[in-house]
Design a protein around this ligand. Sequence first.
Ligand SMILES: CC(C)(COP(=O)(O)OP(=O)(O)OC[C@H]1O[C@@H](n2cnc3c(N)ncnc32)[C@H](O)[C@@H]1OP(=O)(O)O)[C@@H](O)C(=O)NCCC(=O)NCCS
Length: 157
Amino acid sequence: MVSIRRATERDFPDILRIQREAFSEYLKVYEVSPWMKETLENVKLDAADKIILVAQEEGLVVGSVRFWTVAGVCVIRLLSVSLAHQGRGVGKALMREAEGMAPDAHKFYVCTMLRTPRNIGLFLSLGYRPESLLPNHYHKLDLICFAKYPHVEPPRQ
Ligand SMILES: CC(C)(COP(=O)(O)OP(=O)(O)OC[C@H]1O[C@@H](n2cnc3c(N)ncnc32)[C@H](O)[C@@H]1OP(=O)(O)O)[C@@H](O)C(=O)NCCC(=O)NCCS
């Protein structure tokens, strides 16, 4: 069974290993090396002012996500799940837990690379809607950014 908890410093090497593995699938399409080369020092710095969650199964870390809230906007980044554990709800569970830990946020915000139909399907299925395109953005990547407004009723179909 998968459980989600706050990361501790002991998890940081696993987080980086899974991130490298997960983002390696884009190597042929995008320049993703910044996320694959992140250092332990950088994760420590990130952990100082952001929340890092890990998903754990049978004692092993199998995924992670980071988020922080600025003026009511909860920014979610670096969602990653190890290849062997993808497609079983771990990514969604991490996203839902992050949302649950930011009850005062009026908006959740997450960006992903534009040509990633699976990620787009994932965020749509969690109630996020595309909000903006950021061409030539971080590391020259084309990004699509999604938002979810938890306190706004969805329009009736
Ligand atoms: C994106 C990622 C975190 C998803 O993790 P995961 O544990 O596989 O995701 P889940 O199993 O919780 O959810 C899968 C959902 O993705 C969507 N999905 C999966 N394959 C899809 C496809 N081919 N087309 C469209 N949507 C798809 C579906 O909504 C699916 O939910 P469902 O099974 O209930 O229908 C993981 O694939 C990953 O680490 N990718 C590399 C890093 C990355 O791109 N991170 C996102 C950057 S913000």
